[in-house]
Design a protein around this ligand. Sequence first.
Ligand code: SAM
Length: 192
Amino acid sequence: MNFKQIEKYAKENNIPIMQKTGIEFLTKYINDNNIKNILEIGSAIGYSAIKMALANDKVKVTTIEKDDDRYLMAIKNIKEFDLDKRITLVHADALDINLEGKYDLIFIDAAKGQYIRFFDKYSKNLAKNGVIISDNMEFHGLVEQEERIASKNLRQLVNHIRDYIEFLKSNAEFNTTFYKIGDGISVSLRNE
Ligand SMILES: C[S@@+](CC[C@H](N)C(=O)[O-])C[C@H]1O[C@@H](n2cnc3c(N)ncnc32)[C@H](O)[C@@H]1O
């Protein structure tokens, strides 16, 4: 599949992938900051991993996906882009495994209720001067108007994101900037 086909497949099968403006921000960030090693939590079908790997040919991505079907589709897509040497796909729940590597960028884009746990667990894998970037900080604009959400599940999810935002704001070890780009992106730099 090419990018257009991946986007169409994701839409038709309700697979949430990054918005175009969000992924453009990420790839520019990678190039501007000389990022080489990336860890992504939440591959889905490989869309953002492929886009990040194509930012430039020095980039290497390790990406974790727990869902069987999405993992298999991601493998297929990564192969089709001939990126299997630069993208390592890990089939696991990110909270159940331990990785040894150090990464210049850790990109969190998985279960919204677990963002604080992903952040705490994987910040030990952050290289010196590394950055943790998270997606969906606005969740379709709902984070700023949580009271108006009728569905309990959705309200809960939005509250998780609010908790994560508070966690980032009060985290003394990291300095976080929030961008109104794509679905809302946070960029957390460790105070060295
Ligand atoms: C928003 S999608 C990722 C989209 C992808 N980053 C992109 O933009 O192309 C989130 C994915 O994270 C996966 N996921 C959720 N919790 C996870 C966990 N604890 N470990 C690994 N994968 C997880 C889900 O199965 C889902 O496919």
